[in-house]
Design a protein around this ligand. Sequence first.
Ligand code: ZN
Length: 181
Amino acid sequence: MIKRSEIPAIQKEAAILISRAGIVLRPEEVGQIAVADFGLSQVRVFGAQILTWVETQRYGAKVIALFPNQILPEHWHPPVGEDPGKEETIRVAWGVLYLYVEGPETVKEGFIPKGKEGMFTARHEIRMLAGDQYTFAPGAKHWFLAGKEGVVLYSFSSVVRDALDGFTDPEIVRITRIQED
Ligand code: ZN
């Protein structure tokens, strides 16, 4: 849960990171940046700032800004009906991203959040810099850890159904609840 009054400052800070990547946002887009706390109510630790540029029944394009050391928790994109699940490519625009995928454990520069070890099972660390990109197969578990300065990435995908994403941590609620204050 996030207080509504906290959101504009988070959006502004995310917009500053995005501008460092040389990405131009229209002024009204700053207020359209979605702040996700994944229901854990510690947005600076577990969260993501996501601006959706386009989302149709077939594809989506977004820019994601993560604050320093912010974690986008482990999840996967499950099959839905005939669809094998969202296929997604990320590309780093600015900063350092530690991407974790399934495979041999290689956590080296990043870290597994303390007290949440069981919720981060994909431990194959891939350090990504601007220009690096990675495509997730449908159903593959992944999570992100931003570097010390934060990170900005593009996300291109087939149809987006965020509400149906699977998360390893049962405490997670994908749709952020906003508390009026
Ligand atoms: Zn994903």
